[in-house]
Design a protein around this ligand. Structure first.
Ligand code: GRF
Length: 194
């Protein structure tokens, strides 16, 4: 825990694999005076992830992990989380599945954001599947991570209307905008600061 401006903030690590727009959004959120989190560390499996530039810009300590041997790499990550005194992990577009062993060691302290109204559309290509199924609504979900994919306890959800004209890309854009509101809101719900 880090004490900043009179408020005890939860030391947080963000895991991402790609663009990192949620990562950037959470950094901005963490910099607000009344934010309950401090982002101390970032994890990626992808040396080409655009989010790495964001980490450098905001001076967040980041490590790129080689996922050739999952057991080995997860132990390395767990050690790094420990040495950075991390109490909360936020997955934000992290494209690797955490093993049961990892989740057990951090149980109840890992959140994920998923671009659908869970339990609908677990896994990948959520926008494409929602449109092909003629859904009227899609959305996003922040949930705890357990050992089953996209199945942990839901913290918050936001519905997004699918219009006739929506393409996979336009829906993705609309949902992503809501994700950037939902993730901080879910964290505030779990760590109220008043
Ligand atoms: C988001 O849609 C998130 O819900 C999903 O992966 C995407 C990551 O986007 N898990 P970004 O890298 O945060 O821009």
């Amino acid at each position: 825990m880090a004490k900043l401006s009179g408020l005890v903030k939860t030391n947080t690590a963000i895991f991402f694999s790609g663009k990192g727009s949620n990562f950037k959004n959470l950094i901005k959120f963490s910099l607000l005076n009344n934010s309950p989190i401090k982002i101390k560390f970032a994890v990626t499996n992808n040396p080409r992830a655009e989010g790495i530039k964001i980490a450098r810009k905001y001076k967040i300590k980041i490590k790129i992990y080689n996922y050739k041997n999952i057991r080995k790499v997860e132990n390395e990550i767990l050690n790094d989380l420990k040495s950075n005194d991390i109490n909360l992990v936020c997955l934000a577009g992290f494209m690797k599945i955490l093993t049961k062993n990892f989740i057990k060691k951090f149980y109840g302290k890992i959140l994920n954001i998923h671009p659908s109204l869970l339990p609908k559309y677990k896994g990948l290509n959520t926008h494409k599947r929602a449109i092909l199924n003629n859904e009227k609504f899609s959305g996003c979900t922040v949930h705890f991570v357990n050992s089953r994919l996209d199945s942990g306890k839901i913290v918050l959800q936001k519905k997004v209307k699918i219009n006739k004209k929506d393409t996979y890309e336009s829906l993705e854009k609309k949902v992503l905008k809501e994700e950037h509101i939902l993730y901080p809101k879910a964290i505030k719900k779990l760590f109220p600061t008043h």
